[in-house]
Design a protein around this ligand. Structure first.
Ligand SMILES: [Zn+2]
Ligand SMILES: [Zn+2]
Length: 341
């Protein structure tokens, strides 16, 4: 089969590799669509600690079951499926405490290599985080299951009934998914970004206001009577933006720090604001199986329209063009399909 390998930053090679065979509990999926993601872009531009080079990459996928290993009963060849690339062990200290997204080995058995004809899914994923794709759902939208699972993850810990206004900082793919989710919950959402095309898309997806960052404070003041928004969601992963994000939230409000900064980053916040205004700063990483199920239900019930996030499609051979475009700020996510020319 053909598989895309990231050789060094900015160098993708399509290699011929043996077709994968499933071991016990595993499923081999024929990829119908794999999506580019911010993590892939980071890896493409400068390498990524969780994506070894040279090596296969791509982790957002939908497809058709090609072969199943011994003991797999819930899926059979020919079934259309949508899934994520990791699942918890259910045995470590964190799994026992129910914080499955923090499982000690969640990344050890992950499936990487969706930019390919086929991909093998580990037993854990098959057992916990793989679903049947309904026929009416497109492969492209089905492949958004993994990023949407990440996006819904922080919200099950928040009292959503008390959130009426929110600011989403950064209108890339995850920022726009946060917007769609919060809109679904009936929340007024302001979105900020530097790029006009992304702000236009945010407006199309129902943002109450979509603005460049310098215009945000005035709008929040007039919208909330100087109080600040109930919720801020930081989606840029930039140190300066993390630090500024607390400026927009009301007393007692929550800031979800969703965008990951480079690993040696430190940030500082005004201690008086944190203490006397009782701000809640909340990190958010990855997802638990319940988040995958939640995201699956939202997608399958068509509760939000995410089709606008797919900006185009490329064959495996031409997939590098997708990263070039995203780097230039053109488009949000691209579909990579092994079977188009
Ligand atoms: Zn992703
Ligand atoms: Zn675990």
């Amino acid at each position: 089969m053909k598989q895309a390998f990231l050789i060094t930053p900015r160098k993708i090679e399509i290699r011929d590799v043996p077709d994968p065979e499933p071991s016990e509990g595993e499923v081999v999926v024929k990829i119908q669509t794999a999506l580019t993601c911010g993590t892939d872009l980071k890896a493409y531009l400068r390498g990524h600690s969780l994506i070894p080079m040279p090596g296969p990459f791509g982790h957002e996928y939908s497809g058709t079951v090609y072969k199943t290993g011994k003991g797999v009963e819930q899926f059979k060849p020919g079934d259309d499926v949508m899934g994520v690339h990791s699942a918890p062990c259910l045995e470590c200290i964190y799994c026992k405490k129910g914080v499955y997204n923090l499982c000690e080995t969640i990344m050890d058995q992950k499936a990487l290599g969706a930019f390919a004809d086929y991909m093998v899914l580990p037993e854990r994923v098959v057992r916990q985080n793989l679903y049947h794709k309904p026929p009416q759902l497109s492969y492209e939208v089905a492949a958004l299951l993994e990023p949407l699972a990440c996006v819904v993850h922080p919200y099950n810990k928040l009292d959503m009934d008390n959130i009426e206004t929110a600011l989403v900082i950064g209108a890339g793919s995850v920022g726009l998914m946060h917007l769609a989710y919060l809109k679904m919950k009936g929340i007024k959402v302001i979105v900020s970004d530097f790029l006009d095309a992304r702000l236009d898309l945010a407006a199309d997806m129902g943002a109450s206001r979509a603005l460049v960052p310098r215009a945000v404070m005035n709008i929040i003041e007039s919208m909330t009577g100087n109080a600040g928004v109930d919720l801020v969601v930081e989606c840029t992963g930039q140190q300066g933006v993390w630090e500024k994000s607390v400026n927009y939230v009301r007393r007692g409000g929550t800031v979800v720090l969703f965008g990951g900064c480079p690993s040696d980053t430190t940030v500082s916040f005004d201690a008086a604001r944190l203490h006397y205004d009782e701000l809640h700063l909340m990190g958010s990483f990855h997802f638990a199986p319940a988040d995958v199920k939640n995201a699956y239900d939202i997608i399958v019930d068509n509760r939000i329209d995410l089709s606008m996030l797919i900006s185009g499609e490329y064959s495996l051979e031409n997939m590098e063009k997708a990263f070039v475009l995203i780097e230039e700020g053109i488009g949000i996510k691209y579909a990579v399909r092994p079977y188009i020319i």
